[in-house]
Design a protein around this ligand. Sequence first.
Ligand SMILES: [Zn+2]
Ligand SMILES: [Zn+2]
Length: 415
Amino acid sequence: MQVKVLRGTGQIGGCITEIKSDKGTRIIIDFGEELPDEDNSKNDPLTIEGLTRDSDKKLYDAVFITHSHGDHIGLIDDIKDDIDVYVEKHSKIITDLTGDFTGKGPIQRKTKDFAFNKSIKIKDMTITPYLVDHSSFNSCMFLVEADGQRIVHTGDYRNHGRKGVIFEDTLKKIGQVDCLITEGTTFSRDVEKYETEDELLKDVITVFEQYDDILVLQSSTNIDRLVTFYKAARKTKKKFVEDLFTAWIASSLPISIPSPTHNYRDLSVWISRANEMRKKPSYFHEKYVEPMEFYKRSDHFKDNVCLLVKQSMLSDIKMLKNVKHKFKNACLIYSMWEGYLDKEDMKKFIAEIEKMGIKVEKKHTSGHADARAMKLVEKYLNPKITIPIHTTEKEKAKDIFKTAIDVVDGQTIQI
Ligand SMILES: [Zn+2]
Ligand SMILES: [Zn+2]
Protein backbone atom coordinates (compact mmCIF):
# COMPACT_ATOMS: atom_id res chain seq x y z
CA MET A 1 0.00 0.00 0.00
CA GLN A 2 0.92 3.65 -0.23
CA VAL A 3 0.25 6.47 2.21
CA LYS A 4 0.12 10.12 1.32
CA VAL A 5 -0.66 12.77 3.93
CA LEU A 6 -2.38 15.42 1.85
CA ARG A 7 -2.41 17.82 4.79
CA GLY A 8 -1.34 17.56 8.42
CA THR A 9 2.33 16.55 8.81
CA GLY A 10 3.12 19.95 10.30
CA GLN A 11 -0.09 21.19 11.85
CA ILE A 12 -2.68 20.29 14.46
CA GLY A 13 -6.12 19.98 12.90
CA GLY A 14 -7.35 19.64 9.34
CA CYS A 15 -5.37 16.44 8.69
CA ILE A 16 -6.26 14.54 5.49
CA THR A 17 -4.64 11.17 4.81
CA GLU A 18 -4.82 9.08 1.65
CA ILE A 19 -4.23 5.31 1.65
CA LYS A 20 -3.97 3.47 -1.66
CA SER A 21 -3.70 -0.24 -2.44
CA ASP A 22 -1.48 -1.63 -5.20
CA LYS A 23 -4.61 -2.29 -7.25
CA GLY A 24 -5.53 1.38 -7.03
CA THR A 25 -8.25 1.39 -4.35
CA ARG A 26 -8.01 4.74 -2.65
CA ILE A 27 -9.53 5.97 0.57
CA ILE A 28 -9.26 9.15 2.61
CA ILE A 29 -9.25 9.28 6.40
CA ASP A 30 -10.66 12.51 7.90
CA PHE A 31 -11.68 15.61 6.04
CA GLY A 32 -11.90 18.50 8.47
CA GLU A 33 -11.27 22.17 8.77
CA GLU A 34 -7.97 23.65 9.82
CA LEU A 35 -8.05 25.21 13.26
CA PRO A 36 -8.29 28.98 12.84
CA ASP A 37 -5.03 30.84 13.29
CA GLU A 38 -4.76 34.33 14.70
CA ASP A 39 -5.62 36.28 11.56
CA ASN A 40 -8.16 33.65 10.41
CA SER A 41 -6.30 33.40 7.12
CA LYS A 42 -6.74 29.63 6.82
CA ASN A 43 -9.68 27.68 5.49
CA ASP A 44 -9.69 28.92 1.95
CA PRO A 45 -11.74 26.43 -0.07
CA LEU A 46 -9.80 23.22 -0.53
CA THR A 47 -9.68 21.49 -3.92
CA ILE A 48 -8.49 17.89 -4.18
CA GLU A 49 -8.68 16.36 -7.61
CA GLY A 50 -11.05 13.42 -7.73
CA LEU A 51 -12.37 14.07 -4.21
CA THR A 52 -13.99 17.49 -3.91
CA ARG A 53 -17.13 18.60 -5.71
CA ASP A 54 -15.34 20.96 -8.03
CA SER A 55 -13.51 18.17 -9.87
CA ASP A 56 -15.05 16.04 -12.65
CA LYS A 57 -13.13 12.81 -12.16
CA LYS A 58 -13.72 10.41 -9.28
CA LEU A 59 -10.38 9.16 -7.98
CA TYR A 60 -11.37 8.04 -4.48
CA ASP A 61 -13.52 5.10 -3.37
CA ALA A 62 -14.51 6.17 0.14
CA VAL A 63 -13.85 8.60 2.99
CA PHE A 64 -13.75 7.52 6.65
CA ILE A 65 -14.20 9.97 9.54
CA THR A 66 -12.59 9.23 12.92
CA HIS A 67 -14.74 11.55 15.10
CA SER A 68 -16.99 14.56 15.38
CA HIS A 69 -14.45 17.33 16.00
CA GLY A 70 -14.64 19.93 13.24
CA ASP A 71 -10.97 19.53 12.38
CA HIS A 72 -11.74 15.93 11.34
CA ILE A 73 -15.24 16.13 9.83
CA GLY A 74 -15.84 19.80 9.08
CA LEU A 75 -15.41 19.72 5.29
CA ILE A 76 -17.36 16.58 4.38
CA ASP A 77 -20.04 18.50 2.50
CA ASP A 78 -17.34 19.42 -0.04
CA ILE A 79 -16.81 15.76 -1.01
CA LYS A 80 -18.25 14.66 -4.35
CA ASP A 81 -21.69 13.05 -4.03
CA ASP A 82 -20.67 9.77 -5.68
CA ILE A 83 -18.02 9.01 -3.04
CA ASP A 84 -19.21 7.07 0.02
CA VAL A 85 -18.51 8.84 3.31
CA TYR A 86 -18.52 6.73 6.50
CA VAL A 87 -19.38 8.48 9.79
CA GLU A 88 -20.28 6.69 13.02
CA LYS A 89 -23.94 7.33 13.98
CA HIS A 90 -23.36 9.34 17.16
CA SER A 91 -20.57 11.37 15.59
CA LYS A 92 -23.06 12.37 12.90
CA ILE A 93 -25.73 13.30 15.46
CA ILE A 94 -23.22 15.48 17.35
CA THR A 95 -22.05 17.15 14.13
CA ASP A 96 -25.63 17.84 13.00
CA LEU A 97 -26.59 19.35 16.36
CA THR A 98 -23.43 21.45 16.46
CA GLY A 99 -24.25 22.70 12.97
CA ASP A 100 -27.79 23.63 13.96
CA PHE A 101 -26.68 25.47 17.09
CA THR A 102 -23.80 27.36 15.46
CA GLY A 103 -25.78 28.29 12.38
CA LYS A 104 -23.54 26.35 10.00
CA GLY A 105 -26.36 23.84 9.49
CA PRO A 106 -26.36 20.03 9.69
CA ILE A 107 -24.44 17.75 7.33
CA GLN A 108 -26.03 18.06 3.87
CA ARG A 109 -24.63 14.99 2.14
CA LYS A 110 -25.51 11.34 2.65
CA THR A 111 -23.29 9.37 5.00
CA LYS A 112 -22.97 5.69 5.85
CA ASP A 113 -22.86 4.41 9.43
CA PHE A 114 -20.44 1.77 10.70
CA ALA A 115 -20.17 -0.46 13.74
CA PHE A 116 -17.06 -0.84 15.87
CA ASN A 117 -15.01 -4.02 15.28
CA LYS A 118 -16.98 -4.81 12.09
CA SER A 119 -14.94 -4.73 8.91
CA ILE A 120 -16.01 -2.80 5.82
CA LYS A 121 -14.85 -3.99 2.40
CA ILE A 122 -13.91 -1.38 -0.18
CA LYS A 123 -12.84 -3.37 -3.27
CA ASP A 124 -9.58 -5.12 -2.24
CA MET A 125 -9.26 -3.09 0.98
CA THR A 126 -10.66 -3.98 4.41
CA ILE A 127 -11.23 -1.22 6.95
CA THR A 128 -12.01 -2.02 10.58
CA PRO A 129 -13.04 0.74 13.02
CA TYR A 130 -12.14 0.43 16.73
CA LEU A 131 -13.56 2.54 19.54
CA VAL A 132 -10.91 4.76 21.08
CA ASP A 133 -10.74 7.10 24.07
CA HIS A 134 -10.82 10.81 23.16
CA SER A 135 -12.69 13.96 24.17
CA SER A 136 -15.25 13.32 21.43
CA PHE A 137 -17.93 10.64 21.93
CA ASN A 138 -17.39 7.34 20.04
CA SER A 139 -14.10 8.34 18.43
CA CYS A 140 -12.36 5.63 16.47
CA MET A 141 -9.11 4.43 15.00
CA PHE A 142 -9.01 2.52 11.72
CA LEU A 143 -7.13 -0.62 10.74
CA VAL A 144 -6.68 -0.71 6.95
CA GLU A 145 -5.66 -4.00 5.33
CA ALA A 146 -4.71 -4.73 1.70
CA ASP A 147 -1.81 -6.27 -0.25
CA GLY A 148 -1.00 -8.44 2.77
CA GLN A 149 -0.17 -5.31 4.76
CA ARG A 150 -1.73 -3.56 7.75
CA ILE A 151 -1.93 0.15 8.50
CA VAL A 152 -3.40 1.79 11.60
CA HIS A 153 -4.62 5.39 11.56
CA THR A 154 -5.15 6.40 15.19
CA GLY A 155 -7.28 9.51 14.76
CA ASP A 156 -7.13 11.61 17.94
CA TYR A 157 -6.73 9.45 21.05
CA ARG A 158 -5.69 9.17 24.68
CA ASN A 159 -6.07 6.58 27.42
CA HIS A 160 -6.65 8.74 30.49
CA GLY A 161 -10.38 9.27 29.83
CA ARG A 162 -13.40 7.13 30.63
CA LYS A 163 -12.87 4.79 27.67
CA GLY A 164 -9.16 4.42 28.47
CA VAL A 165 -9.76 1.04 30.08
CA ILE A 166 -10.23 -0.64 26.69
CA PHE A 167 -7.16 0.95 25.13
CA GLU A 168 -4.58 -1.79 25.74
CA ASP A 169 -6.99 -4.59 24.85
CA THR A 170 -7.80 -2.90 21.56
CA LEU A 171 -4.13 -2.47 20.71
CA LYS A 172 -3.44 -6.10 21.64
CA LYS A 173 -6.32 -7.24 19.46
CA ILE A 174 -4.98 -5.28 16.48
CA GLY A 175 -1.41 -6.54 16.99
CA GLN A 176 1.58 -5.78 14.82
CA VAL A 177 1.21 -3.40 11.89
CA ASP A 178 3.38 -2.44 8.95
CA CYS A 179 2.61 1.24 9.24
CA LEU A 180 1.30 3.47 12.01
CA ILE A 181 -0.18 6.89 11.29
CA THR A 182 -0.43 8.56 14.69
CA GLU A 183 -1.56 11.90 16.03
CA GLY A 184 1.21 13.78 17.85
CA THR A 185 -0.55 16.77 19.36
CA THR A 186 1.41 16.58 22.58
CA PHE A 187 4.92 16.06 21.11
CA SER A 188 5.36 19.80 21.66
CA ARG A 189 4.07 19.62 25.23
CA ASP A 190 6.37 16.89 26.56
CA VAL A 191 3.84 15.33 28.90
CA GLU A 192 4.65 11.94 30.41
CA LYS A 193 1.27 11.54 32.09
CA TYR A 194 -1.92 13.57 32.06
CA GLU A 195 -4.34 13.59 34.96
CA THR A 196 -7.03 10.96 34.38
CA GLU A 197 -10.68 11.94 34.20
CA ASP A 198 -11.20 10.24 37.59
CA GLU A 199 -8.28 12.11 39.16
CA LEU A 200 -9.78 15.30 37.75
CA LEU A 201 -13.11 14.34 39.36
CA LYS A 202 -11.46 14.22 42.81
CA ASP A 203 -9.93 17.62 42.15
CA VAL A 204 -13.22 19.05 40.96
CA ILE A 205 -15.08 17.75 44.03
CA THR A 206 -12.75 19.75 46.30
CA VAL A 207 -13.77 22.91 44.40
CA PHE A 208 -17.46 21.96 44.51
CA GLU A 209 -17.17 21.56 48.28
CA GLN A 210 -15.84 25.10 48.75
CA TYR A 211 -18.67 26.90 46.98
CA ASP A 212 -22.48 26.88 47.09
CA ASP A 213 -22.91 27.30 43.36
CA ILE A 214 -20.71 26.21 40.49
CA LEU A 215 -20.70 27.47 36.92
CA VAL A 216 -18.94 25.29 34.36
CA LEU A 217 -17.51 26.36 31.05
CA GLN A 218 -16.71 23.23 29.02
CA SER A 219 -17.20 21.88 25.52
CA SER A 220 -20.72 20.44 25.23
CA THR A 221 -19.43 17.57 23.12
CA ASN A 222 -16.88 16.48 25.73
CA ILE A 223 -19.09 13.80 27.26
CA ASP A 224 -16.41 12.42 29.60
CA ARG A 225 -16.19 15.86 31.20
CA LEU A 226 -19.96 16.20 31.41
CA VAL A 227 -20.02 12.93 33.38
CA THR A 228 -17.21 14.22 35.63
CA PHE A 229 -19.16 17.36 36.57
CA TYR A 230 -22.42 15.44 36.97
CA LYS A 231 -20.72 13.02 39.39
CA ALA A 232 -19.23 15.94 41.35
CA ALA A 233 -22.67 17.60 41.55
CA ARG A 234 -24.29 14.39 42.83
CA LYS A 235 -21.55 13.89 45.36
CA THR A 236 -21.90 17.44 46.73
CA LYS A 237 -25.72 17.53 46.46
CA LYS A 238 -26.02 20.28 43.88
CA LYS A 239 -28.72 20.35 41.24
CA PHE A 240 -27.27 19.84 37.77
CA VAL A 241 -28.51 22.26 35.15
CA GLU A 242 -27.44 21.94 31.53
CA ASP A 243 -27.52 24.69 28.93
CA LEU A 244 -29.76 23.95 25.95
CA PHE A 245 -27.02 22.80 23.57
CA THR A 246 -25.46 20.44 26.10
CA ALA A 247 -28.92 19.11 26.99
CA TRP A 248 -29.58 18.29 23.33
CA ILE A 249 -26.21 16.65 22.79
CA ALA A 250 -26.57 14.53 25.93
CA SER A 251 -30.22 13.65 25.22
CA SER A 252 -29.27 12.40 21.77
CA LEU A 253 -26.71 9.94 23.13
CA PRO A 254 -27.31 6.66 24.97
CA ILE A 255 -29.37 6.73 28.12
CA SER A 256 -26.35 6.37 30.42
CA ILE A 257 -25.30 9.94 29.56
CA PRO A 258 -26.70 12.46 32.09
CA SER A 259 -29.33 14.63 30.46
CA PRO A 260 -32.67 16.12 31.56
CA THR A 261 -34.58 13.73 29.29
CA HIS A 262 -32.73 10.68 30.64
CA ASN A 263 -32.65 11.52 34.37
CA TYR A 264 -35.13 14.34 34.59
CA ARG A 265 -35.65 14.35 38.36
CA ASP A 266 -32.01 15.18 39.04
CA LEU A 267 -31.29 17.32 36.05
CA SER A 268 -32.85 20.25 34.34
CA VAL A 269 -32.20 22.55 31.43
CA TRP A 270 -31.57 26.28 31.38
CA ILE A 271 -32.93 27.93 28.25
CA SER A 272 -31.02 31.13 27.79
CA ARG A 273 -32.98 34.37 27.68
CA ALA A 274 -30.11 36.16 25.96
CA ASN A 275 -30.82 38.01 22.71
CA GLU A 276 -28.72 35.50 20.81
CA MET A 277 -31.24 32.77 21.68
CA ARG A 278 -34.33 34.92 21.17
CA LYS A 279 -33.15 35.89 17.70
CA LYS A 280 -32.90 32.27 16.49
CA PRO A 281 -35.26 31.44 13.61
CA SER A 282 -38.70 30.01 14.38
CA TYR A 283 -37.81 26.50 13.15
CA PHE A 284 -35.04 26.46 15.76
CA HIS A 285 -37.50 27.34 18.53
CA GLU A 286 -39.93 24.63 17.38
CA LYS A 287 -37.23 22.01 16.99
CA TYR A 288 -34.96 22.73 19.96
CA VAL A 289 -36.51 25.15 22.46
CA GLU A 290 -40.13 24.04 22.79
CA PRO A 291 -39.45 20.32 23.39
CA MET A 292 -37.08 21.22 26.26
CA GLU A 293 -39.46 23.62 28.02
CA PHE A 294 -40.83 20.65 29.97
CA TYR A 295 -37.40 20.02 31.51
CA LYS A 296 -36.89 23.52 32.93
CA ARG A 297 -37.01 23.50 36.73
CA SER A 298 -36.98 26.91 38.39
CA ASP A 299 -37.18 25.20 41.81
CA HIS A 300 -33.70 23.78 41.19
CA PHE A 301 -32.34 27.28 41.69
CA LYS A 302 -33.64 27.34 45.25
CA ASP A 303 -30.93 24.77 45.98
CA ASN A 304 -27.23 24.90 45.24
CA VAL A 305 -26.62 24.39 41.55
CA CYS A 306 -23.98 23.34 39.09
CA LEU A 307 -24.95 25.28 35.97
CA LEU A 308 -23.27 24.60 32.62
CA VAL A 309 -22.78 27.93 30.87
CA LYS A 310 -21.75 29.40 27.54
CA GLN A 311 -20.12 32.76 26.91
CA SER A 312 -23.41 33.84 25.31
CA MET A 313 -25.15 33.35 28.69
CA LEU A 314 -23.51 36.29 30.45
CA SER A 315 -26.81 38.19 30.69
CA ASP A 316 -28.48 35.08 32.19
CA ILE A 317 -25.73 34.82 34.80
CA LYS A 318 -26.13 38.53 35.66
CA MET A 319 -29.90 38.10 35.94
CA LEU A 320 -29.54 35.10 38.25
CA LYS A 321 -27.09 37.07 40.36
CA ASN A 322 -28.94 40.40 40.51
CA VAL A 323 -32.60 39.36 40.36
CA LYS A 324 -32.57 35.87 41.87
CA HIS A 325 -29.71 36.62 44.28
CA LYS A 326 -27.77 33.50 43.27
CA PHE A 327 -23.99 33.09 43.11
CA LYS A 328 -23.11 34.79 46.41
CA ASN A 329 -20.51 32.10 47.01
CA ALA A 330 -19.83 30.80 43.53
CA CYS A 331 -17.00 29.63 41.30
CA LEU A 332 -16.76 29.30 37.54
CA ILE A 333 -14.71 26.27 36.53
CA TYR A 334 -12.99 26.78 33.22
CA SER A 335 -12.59 23.28 31.78
CA MET A 336 -11.18 23.60 28.28
CA TRP A 337 -7.85 23.98 26.59
CA GLU A 338 -5.99 26.95 28.13
CA GLY A 339 -5.21 28.45 24.73
CA TYR A 340 -8.80 29.69 24.35
CA LEU A 341 -8.21 31.97 27.35
CA ASP A 342 -6.05 34.21 25.17
CA LYS A 343 -8.96 35.05 22.88
CA GLU A 344 -10.38 38.54 23.34
CA ASP A 345 -14.01 37.47 23.79
CA MET A 346 -13.02 34.87 26.38
CA LYS A 347 -10.87 37.40 28.28
CA LYS A 348 -13.87 39.76 28.40
CA PHE A 349 -16.20 36.99 29.57
CA ILE A 350 -13.86 35.94 32.38
CA ALA A 351 -13.36 39.56 33.43
CA GLU A 352 -17.15 40.07 33.65
CA ILE A 353 -17.52 36.91 35.73
CA GLU A 354 -14.82 38.08 38.14
CA LYS A 355 -16.44 41.51 38.35
CA MET A 356 -19.57 39.80 39.70
CA GLY A 357 -17.49 38.39 42.56
CA ILE A 358 -17.52 34.88 41.11
CA LYS A 359 -14.18 33.10 41.49
CA VAL A 360 -12.59 31.44 38.46
CA GLU A 361 -10.65 28.16 38.61
CA LYS A 362 -9.11 26.08 35.82
CA LYS A 363 -9.70 22.33 35.94
CA HIS A 364 -9.01 20.39 32.79
CA THR A 365 -7.26 17.37 31.36
CA SER A 366 -6.29 16.97 27.73
CA GLY A 367 -8.17 15.04 25.06
CA HIS A 368 -4.86 13.90 23.55
CA ALA A 369 -2.39 11.13 24.19
CA ASP A 370 0.37 11.63 26.75
CA ALA A 371 3.74 9.92 26.29
CA ARG A 372 2.58 6.88 28.27
CA ALA A 373 -0.35 6.26 25.91
CA MET A 374 1.84 6.70 22.84
CA LYS A 375 4.42 4.27 24.24
CA LEU A 376 1.66 1.65 24.54
CA VAL A 377 0.79 2.16 20.88
CA GLU A 378 4.46 1.69 19.98
CA LYS A 379 4.69 -1.42 22.13
CA TYR A 380 1.61 -3.30 20.91
CA LEU A 381 1.47 -2.21 17.27
CA ASN A 382 5.25 -2.38 16.87
CA PRO A 383 5.14 -0.62 13.47
CA LYS A 384 7.80 -0.91 10.77
CA ILE A 385 7.14 2.70 9.80
CA THR A 386 5.52 5.48 11.84
CA ILE A 387 4.08 8.59 10.22
CA PRO A 388 3.35 11.41 12.70
CA ILE A 389 0.49 13.78 11.85
CA HIS A 390 -1.64 16.31 13.80
CA THR A 391 1.51 17.84 15.32
CA THR A 392 3.60 20.97 15.11
CA GLU A 393 6.76 19.17 16.22
CA LYS A 394 7.04 16.01 14.14
CA GLU A 395 10.80 15.82 14.75
CA LYS A 396 10.02 14.87 18.35
CA ALA A 397 8.11 11.77 17.19
CA LYS A 398 11.37 9.76 17.33
CA ASP A 399 11.56 10.23 21.10
CA ILE A 400 8.65 7.82 21.38
CA PHE A 401 8.26 6.02 18.06
CA LYS A 402 11.62 4.58 17.05
CA THR A 403 10.46 3.98 13.45
CA ALA A 404 9.12 7.51 12.93
CA ILE A 405 10.02 8.97 9.57
CA ASP A 406 10.23 12.58 8.49
CA VAL A 407 7.34 13.22 6.10
CA VAL A 408 6.03 16.32 4.37
CA ASP A 409 2.54 16.98 3.02
CA GLY A 410 1.95 15.42 -0.38
CA GLN A 411 4.85 12.93 -0.18
CA THR A 412 4.07 9.36 -1.25
CA ILE A 413 5.31 6.71 1.17
CA GLN A 414 5.54 3.15 -0.10
CA ILE A 415 4.79 0.77 2.74
ZN1 LIG B 1 -7.98 16.84 16.03
ZN1 LIG C 1 -10.37 15.51 18.24
